[in-house]
Ligand binder design. Sequence first.
Ligand SMILES: Nc1nc2c(ncn2[C@@H]2O[C@H](COP(=O)(O)OP(=O)(O)O)[C@@H](O)[C@H]2O)c(=O)[nH]1
Ligand SMILES: [Mg+2]
Length: 251
Amino acid sequence: MLDASTIASPGMPPVKPLQASRLALSGRPVVALAGNPNTGKSTVFNALTGLRQHTGNWPGKTVARHDGLCVSAGRELVLVDLPGTYSLLANSAEEVIARDFICFARPDATIVVVDATCLRRNLNLVLQVAEITPRVVVCLNLIDEARRKGIEIDAPALARDLGVPVVPAVARDGLGLDQLVATVLAVVDGQVVPQPVLPRYAHDVETRAARIAAALEPMLDGRLNRRWVALRLIEGDPTIIQSIAEQRIDG
Ligand SMILES: Nc1nc2c(ncn2[C@@H]2O[C@H](COP(=O)(O)OP(=O)(O)O)[C@@H](O)[C@H]2O)c(=O)[nH]1
Ligand SMILES: [Mg+2]
């Protein structure tokens, strides 16, 4: 069970190990890149950061971490290429890393790169990210492949349905990436405020989530999305408690 002493440990210095990269310590906005494997995430990352990259490992993990600097219109953004995942439900080290980064490092925006040829599978991750943070931009990639298969996606309609910006792209050819960066900057600057349309659960789940979220407020103190943590606790996910304890979210 969640216990206040796990989360609020007076006397411990607040540390944010997930943020500690040379590039991210600079005060530049941080943008996470999430996506299913093989959606073109690294292609987007490489196109936007070029040789301005730094590779290391995630703290305590053997999974590689790639940070890069994106320079556009006189602005600098730190891009973090998260491990490719199908969900954020902590089924693997990669999923825990992606979830914890979005949750605890609290990037200024998160790009979710999706494969336009199999949108249904990819949207699952979009919704899971949007449940943690509203600052989401969808990069609708591989639209060349989708066209070849006779799939046409109405990006403005998708953006309306999701409540977040959707930017079509062919990352391999660099198409759509200027628009992607412009959209991300607009979200980072607060000119565009995404309002994700989130899943609603069965009435009793919602009631319990609201009750647990209210009880969590003094412990989380606005630093984590209480509703999201409450839903994970209802789900019985032990890794979220461990991650909160590791991050030493304290007062
Ligand atoms: N046709 C097409 N291929 C792409 C596009 N973007 C990336 N790819 C290719 O898709 C494959 C997987 O890309 P990668 O960036 O490694 O995906 P990741 O696993 O999400 O990082 C590579 O062969 C890329 O060249 C695109 O927009 N169109
Ligand atoms: Mg990759």
